[in-house]
Ligand binder design. Structure first.
Ligand code: GUN
Length: 298
């Protein structure tokens, strides 16, 4: 029997409506309108799509959105100048610098320049450290927090379960491990992080009650790597050539969806799975930031 389909799109819609209501309340009680600035350097087509989606979602939630698009030749110093400006702009409560950045710009210098109080991506070392130390006030990074919400809201509480994460990136794998290890709702899991150098990765993956895949390789996880009944969360988004389609490509995840669905207890689709949850969390983090600024200023 095919596993339950976990629709990130539907769960995210619910969160976006909750955020919209709270944005209205905040505006009514304090006059503060949450503001999100997205910064895109260069013309990577996937990044352009993601940033566009983030801004549209912000506007729909009543959040002020400002997109700063800079040419690929932008220097590191120029970019740091833009970030300084946003750090001191009272209309902006959240700053997101879309990654990856063009060659020649040092990612860590840029991420460290964002005011940690506006770091709605949760990538500043202060927020990374707070998350790792289990300090509650941190902004959780959007994709792993979205995955955690998705598990909770679909009835798959990770508490006590063995979660295996495939991938050790700063954007997904590492913060995902910190969140699942936490003591709050959505945490309390037993966590294994596996990666490209793990010996016998299929055997490690088969230990999972919850398998979270963020390895960046199209359809890498096959049915033999999944324990029957496991919950499979596919974070991957890969463009693969499809000459017979209008766009010339199609999107697939890191999981071979059709065959894995036959053994999994539950599975997320691509698209319509984790992607919409990332955006919903960004909105929720921006609102949280604006609420904190209103309280500090009020
Ligand atoms: N690139 C891929 N995922 C992300 C993300 O969550 N935030 C940012 N800023 N860039 C990304």
């Amino acid at each position: 029997m095919a596993g339950q389909l976990i629709s990130g799109k539907e769960i995210a819609q619910g969160i976006r409506e909750e955020v919209r209501e709270r944005v209205t309340d905040l505006r009514g009680s304090t006059g503060v309108v949450p503001g999100l600035a997205t910064v895109l350097v260069g013309e990577d087509p996937a990044s352009q799509t993601y940033v566009g989606m983030k801004n549209r979602a912000a506007e729909e939630a009543g959040i002020l959105s400002r997109q700063i698009t800079l040419p690929v030749e932008t220097s590191e110093d120029e970019l740091l100048g833009w970030i300084d400006g946003l750090n001191s702009d009272p209309e902006i409560h959240g700053i997101l610098v879309q990654l990856p950045l063009p060659d020649g710009i040092r990612e860590e210098r840029v991420l460290e320049a964002v005011d940690p109080r506006k770091d709605v991506d949760g990538f500043h070392p202060v927020n990374v450290g707070r998350l790792a130390a289990g300090v509650k006030e941190a902004f959780p990074p959007c994709t792993p927090k979205g995955v955690m919400e998705m598990l909770l809201r679909s009835g798959h509480d990770p508490a006590g379960k063995h979660a295996v994460i495939l991938g050790r990136s700063n954007i997904v794998g590492r913060p995902m491990a910190s969140l699942l290890l936490g003591r709050g709702p959505g945490g309390n899991a037993t966590v294994t992080v596996a990666h490209s150098r793990t010996q016998d990765l299929p055997a490690v993956a088969r230990l999972a009650d919850i398998l979270i895949v963020a390895i960046g390789r199209p359809e890498f996880v096959t049915r033999d790597m999944v324990r029957p009944g496991a919950v499979v969360i596919d974070v991957g988004v890969n463009r693969v050539e499809a000459p017979d389609t209008e766009k010339g490509y199609r999107l697939v995840g890191d999981v071979a969806f059709d065959e894995v669905r036959e053994v999994a207890g539950a599975i997320t689709p691509v698209p319509g799975g984790v992607g919409p949850m990332t955006i919903a969390t960004l909105l929720s983090n921006t609102l949280k930031s604006a609420e904190a600024w209103a309280e500090r200023d009020g």
